[in-house]
Design a protein around this ligand. Structure first.
Ligand code: PXP
Length: 238
């Protein structure tokens, strides 16, 4: 079964626009779980423009499903994650000023760095995942880092879905097959939506988890959070 992890960064972005505590990030997390989400994802960035480090500490005891913290493994991030001890940490190579994650790791070039960081997280019993594109060299390189899982960067799939979905999915099918052979768990995320999620889920067997933020929180404006979480869950192959 593929788990739906809701990325609640956008809730924090709206809250931060007015400087108060509405909408409430902790309540949104608890409600996502109540409505059926199987995980909560946060992506704190160094400038704290979305989720703040303080939010992550607050969520530690509130999240009852799977807590996933994503980010670039800076010293501060590593401290945060080892303090909070989420179920999973997802390592993303984004520079601090990036609007959103826009590439996966070059796992060959960064093997030593990733291996060290992953060993540190694993010594705290935190499952690790690293964000990668479908380049097989990066997937094969992921094994050497000791990571438990990879997260496939799905932006290129989402961008090409409406033009030709079979062509858009092809490289993801090959990459997921290779990851499975190498005994890596498979997560996926970025720009997944009500439009493109079902085909992705049907095409990629052994998909452990999707993490979805922007489209899901935007859809919740129209359909409400409870309906929206359920709509996304229905699109995942059981
Ligand atoms: N996975 C990673 C590594 C991300 O950085 C993001 C965006 O923060 C997502 C998944 C979710 O992407 P989206 O907000 O487009 O659903």
């Amino acid at each position: 079964m593929t788990k739906l992890s809701v990325n609640i960064n956008k809730i924090a972005t709206i809250r931060n626009a007015r400087g108060g505590s509405e909408p409430n990030v902790a309540l949104a997390a608890v409600n996502c779980e109540k409505f059926g989400a199987e995980g909560i994802t946060v992506h704190p960035r160094p400038d704290e423009r979305h989720i703040r480090y303080a939010d992550v500490y607050e969520l530690k005891d509130l999240v009852k499903t799977e807590f996933n913290i994503e980010g670039y493994p800076s010293k501060d991030f590593i401290k945060l994650v080892t303090d909070v001890k989420p179920h999973q940490v997802t390592l993303v190579p984004d520079p601090p000023e990036a609007l959103t994650s826009n590439a996966g790791w070059d796992t060959v070039k960064h093997e030593e760095f990733l291996s060290e960081v992953i060993a540190e997280f694993k010594s705290h019993n935190i499952r690790t995942s690293i964000f990668v594109d479908t380049n097989l060299a990066n997937i094969e390189g992921a094994v050497a880092t000791g990571t438990d899982r990879i997260e496939l960067y799905t932006e290129p799939y989402a961008a090409n879905y409406s033009k030709d979905r079979d062509a858009a999915i092809a490289e993801f099918v090959i990459a997921a097959k290779r990851a499975y052979e190498l005994k890596l768990g498979i997560n996926a995320g970025h720009d997944l939506s009500l439009e493109n999620l079902e085909f992705f889920s049907k095409s990629i067997p052994n998909l452990d988890e999707v993490s979805i933020g922007h489209a899901l929180i935007s859809d919740a404006l129209y359909y409400g959070l409870e309906n929206t979480v359920q709509m996304y869950k229905r699109l995942l192959v059981k």
